[in-house]
Design a protein around this ligand. Structure first.
Ligand code: IMP
Length: 497
């Protein structure tokens, strides 16, 4: 008969933290959320440290370059998904690595021979009022001029007239080489009373546009996660099918971290792939997973994984447990794997960070996962709600929702993640739906961070290592779980003075 594992499969809702003594210097401002990302010698620093302990799920509906840029600017890391061609994933890695704060790639571009009618339509579509005029009408063509909504109006100028008749030619446009810094560019914008400063390469091809309004932008992000060349860091998911082709291309494009992405990483396939990656690219960190127990953790750590993701069946879009009867409550999984990570550290002197992936439905679930031993978390639903996520924003009677679909849904058809015995999906392991729209990632994450810091202060911890070591958890009964919510009927505040 089957072996019965001790203990119950428990989830985050079943736990609460007990407050510890808080010292006078333990304030939210003093709390440091830095977290180790990759394997390192115990007691030393990790070669890459997250400045905030968040990563984005390796999913079509979550990790676009825009999301990865926004998250890296907050000190976390985006993992670009792999359920598409190598070329497409490489293009996204490059988009993040080439990002320069305040320097935008122009999205409103015309040729001098285009009509003003075409230009007007384009401006309406992009919502931007400054267009670059280039020889081939692309964002990287030779710069021939600029044309803005101040230069023409559809009621005043003939729609059939050419852009060349209204544009300001490049000889009269203040512009710069692309190696200019943001503060220098800003100084020129103000001194020369410019609205926009285009930058070009040695052969006059357009690189970026710098606008005045973007200058303050950089100051909003004091904890950006950058590499030695000050470029934002980015991760990429890979699979055990085409890694021999995909990994070299991603490394060439400058990816910082890789992660083997599988719904069940406790397999010889993954161990082989990890061994291959570490042999050919020893300098590029590569994670493994997903696992839910200590035995699987040790297996992947021995195979060379630089971090290990924890979680099977807990994702908000996940129906793996319904479909296959496999998985484990996320709290039990994290506690078990964290214990194995600590034992591995004691036995080998190597610290292999773990990531709690999926099923974080409330901000306090993130805090619990960190207290239970996760070094950092990975989230899908959470990030899919923000402007920067790729899902469409859909109006409803009560506001907006954003599309969010699982990698095992028939929409994503990520058969490389779900080994079902061949190419394609035989049955679904994820759903396709909507999540409430939550606005800009910067604002949303600030609230989550504020809550995590407030809880850590209550628990008397100013850094995550201390938090893990000293946190005290209690199981909650059904009755005390009810008590967690307000019992007073909430007053309608709208309309009150
Ligand atoms: P969430 O943060 O609860 O939305 O969970 C996101 C995580 O769920 C991802 O990082 C994956 O580990 C997992 N996942 C993604 N797509 C699917 C799916 O279709 N079925 C089951 N799990 C999924």
């Amino acid at each position: 008969m089957a072996q019965l594992v001790e203990g119950i499969s428990r989830t985050f809702n079943e736990f609460l933290l007990l407050p510890n003594r808080t010292s006078l210097e333990c304030t939210p401002a003093a709390v440091d959320l830095r977290a180790p990302l990759v394997r390192h010698v115990a007691g030393e620093a990790s070669a890459i440290e997250l400045r905030t302990p968040f990563t984005s799920a390796i999913m079509q509906a979550v990790s676009s370059p825009e999301l990865a840029i926004a998250l890296a600017r907050e000190g976390g890391l985006g993992f670009l998904h792999h359920n598409r061609s190598v070329e497409d994933q490489v293009a996204d890695v490059r988009a993040v690595k080439n990002f320069k704060a305040g320097f935008v790639v122009s999205d409103t571009n015309v040729r001098p021979t285009d009509t003003l009618g075409h230009l007007w339509e384009l401006m309406e579509r992009t919502g931007h009022t400054t267009a670059a005029v280039t020889d081939d009408g692309t964002a990287s063509g030779r710069l021939l001029g600029l044309v803005t909504s101040r230069d023409f109006h559809p009621q005043r100028h003939d729609a059939a007239a050419l852009v060349s008749t209204r544009m300001v030619p490049v000889e009269k446009v203040a512009h710069s080489s692309d190696d200019i810094g943001l503060s220098e560019a800003n100084a020129r914008l103000w001194e020369e009373r410019l609205d926009c400063l285009p930058t070009v390469d040695e052969s006059g091809r357009l690189r970026h546009l710098v606008f005045r309004s973007d200058y303050t932008d950089n100051k909003r992000f004091p904890t950006q996660l950058v590499d030695d060349g000050k470029r934002l860091r980015v991760g990429a998911g890979v699979n055990t099918h085409d890694y021999r082709d995909r990994i070299p291309a991603l490394v060439e494009a400058g990816v910082d971290v890789l992660a083997f992405d599988s719904s069940d990483g406790f397999s010889d396939w993954q161990a082989e792939a990890l061994t291959w990656a570490k042999k050919h690219y020893p300098e590029v960190p590569v994670g493994g997973g997903n696992v839910v127990d200590g035995e699987a953790f040790t297996f992947l750590a021995d195979a060379g994984a630089d971090f290990i993701k924890v979680g099977v069946g807990g994702g908000s879009i996940c129906i793996t447990r319904d479909q296959k009867g496999i998985g484990r409550g996320q709290a039990s999984a994290v506690l078990d794997v964290a214990a194995a990570r600590d034992a591995y550290r004691d036995n080998t002197g190597q610290y292999v960070p773990i990531c709690s992936d999926g099923g974080l439905l409330h901000d306090y679930h993130v805090t619990l996962a960190l207290a239970m031993g996760a070094d950092f978390v990975m989230m899908g639903r959470y990030f899919a709600r923000f402007d920067q996520a790729p899902g469409a924003k859909v109006p409803t009677r009560d506001g907006f929702v954003k599309e969010y679909w699982g990698e095992g849904s028939s929409r994503a058809r990520n058969w490389q993640r779900y080994g079902q015995g061949g190419r394609g999906l035989l049955f679904e392991e994820g759903v396709d739906g909507y999540v409430p729209y939550a606005g800009d990632l910067h604002e949303g994450l600030a609230t989550t961070i504020a809550k995590i810091k407030a809880t850590m202060v209550s628990c008397g911890a100013m850094d995550l290592a201390t938090f893990k070591a000293t946190a005290r958890l209690t199981l909650v009964s059904e009755q005390s779980f009810q008590e967690s919510h307000a019992t007073v009927t909430v007053r309608e505040t709208a309309g009150l003075d």
